[in-house]
Design a binder for this molecule. Structure first.
Ligand code: C2E
Ligand code: MG
Ligand code: MG
Ligand code: MG
Length: 279
C-alpha cells in the first residue's frame, strides 16, 4: 500500500518535472526566435536627483512582446536566458538599442543624459563584453560617459576575478559602472574599494519599509554613509511613496528611481519626458 502511494507520488513528480522541462525547452526556443525576429523592446525608467527632483538619467529595461500578444517581464525570461547562455545575445541587443536610441535623442537636440543598461554576469567573457561595448559605442557614436553599466552585487561577488577584470575593462573605456541591488549580496565589501564605481543602487527591499522601519532606516543610513565616504552616488531603488522619497532625502541619498516617478516608459513617453526637461 505504502509502495503504491509512493509510486503514485513518484509518477506525479516526474510528470510535473518533465512538463517543466518541456516548458523550459519551449521557452528557450521561443526566446531564440524573439531575439532573431525583433520581439524584444526597451522601456526606460527615469532616475531623478533627490533634492532637485530633476531628471538625471534613465535605465533601459528589456521587455518581450510575445507572439501571443502578452508583454513578458524580464523576471520571467532572464533566468532561463542565463541558464542557456542566450542572455549574452539579449544583453548585446539591449546595449546596441539603448546606444542607438540615446544617440538619436541627442541628435534631436534633447538633453544628453546617461542611459544605464543591465549586464548579466551569469555567462560572460570579460574581453568579449568589453569589445562589444566598444563596438556599440563606436557604431552608435554615443559618448562613453553617457553609458552606464549596472552589475548586481551578487553576480559581481560570485564571479570574483573575472568580474574585476571586466570592471577594469569597462572603466578603461570611460563607461560608468554601478552596483545594482546593493545589500542583497554577501556583504563582502572589498570590491567597493578595488574599483571606482559611479553609483550604488540600494535594493528596493531596503527602501520598502521607509520611513517607519527602524532597521531598514539604519541600513540605508549606513549604505549612504559608506557610499559618500567612497564618493559614489547613492541611488534608492523602488521608491513608491512620497514618504519614502522624503526619508531617502533626509538620509542623504542623492538620487531615486521608482514607481513614484513612473513605471518604466516606452521610448516615445521617455522622449516626451526629455522634452519636458528642456522646457
Ligand atoms: P533591476 O535592474 O534592479 O531593475 C529594477 C526593477 O524594479 C525593474 O523591473 C523595475 O520595473 C522595477 N521597479 C522599479 N521601480 C519600482 C517600484 O517602485 N516598485 C517596484 N515594486 N518595482 C519597481 P523589471 O523591468 O521587471 O526588471 C527586473 C530585473 O530584470 C532588473 O532588475 C534586472 O535585474 C533584470 N533586467 C531587466 N532588463 C535587463 C536586461 O536588459 N538585461 C539583463 N541581464 N537583465 C535585465
Ligand atoms: Mg538595474
Ligand atoms: Mg536594481
Ligand atoms: Mg533588481
Amino acid at each position: 500500500h505504502a509502495k503504491q502511494s509512493g509510486r503514485g507520488r513518484y509518477s506525479y513528480f516526474t510528470a510535473v518535472m518533465s512538463e517543466r522541462a518541456d516548458q523550459r525547452l519551449r521557452l528557450e526556443s521561443e526566446l531564440r526566435t524573439a531575439i532573431a525576429e525583433g520581439q524584444l523592446f526597451l522601456v526606460y525608467q527615469p532616475k531623478m536627483l533627490l533634492p532637485e527632483r530633476q531628471l538625471s538619467g534613465m535605465e533601459a529595461l528589456v521587455r518581450w512582446r510575445h507572439p501571443d500578444g502578452h508583454v513578458v517581464t524580464p523576471l520571467d525570461f532572464i533566468p532561463v536566458a542565463e541558464e542557456t547562455g542566450l542572455v549574452v545575445a539579449i544583453d548585446d541587443w539591449v546595449l546596441r538599442e539603448a546606444c542607438r536610441q540615446n544617440r538619436a535623442w541627442i541628435d534631436a537636440g534633447l538633453p544628453a543624459l546617461p542611459v544605464a543598461v543591465n549586464l548579466s554576469l551569469a555567462r560572460f567573457d570579460p574581453a568579449r563584453i568589453v569589445s562589444g561595448l566598444a563596438q556599440a559605442l563606436g557604431s552608435s557614436g554615443m559618448p562613453a560617459e553617457l553609458l552606464e553599466v549596472e552589475l548586481t552585487e551578487s553576480q559581481m561577488l560570485t564571479q570574483g576575478d573575472r568580474a574585476d577584470q571586466l570592471i577594469r575593462g569597462i572603466r578603461a573605456l570611460g563607461v560608468r559602472v554601478s552596483v545594482d541591488d546593493f545589500g542583497t549580496g554577501y556583504s563582502s565589501l572589498g570590491y567597493l574599494t578595488r574599483h571606482r564605481f559611479d553609483a550604488i543602487k540600494i535594493d528596493r527591499s531596503f527602501v520598502h519599509g521607509l520611513p517607519g522601519d527602524a532597521g531598514q532606516k539604519a541600513v540605508v543610513e549606513a549604505i549612504v554613509a559608506m557610499g559618500r565616504a567612497l564618493e559614489y552616488r547613492v541611488i534608492g531603488e523602488g521608491v513608491e511613496t512620497e514618504a519614502q522619497a522624503q526619508a531617502l532625502l533626509m538620509l542623504g541619498c542623492n538620487e531615486m528611481q521608482g514607481y513614484l516617478l513612473g513605471r518604466p516608459l516606452p521610448a516615445s513617453a521617455m522622449e516626451q519626458l526629455l522634452r519636458d526637461a528642456v522646457a
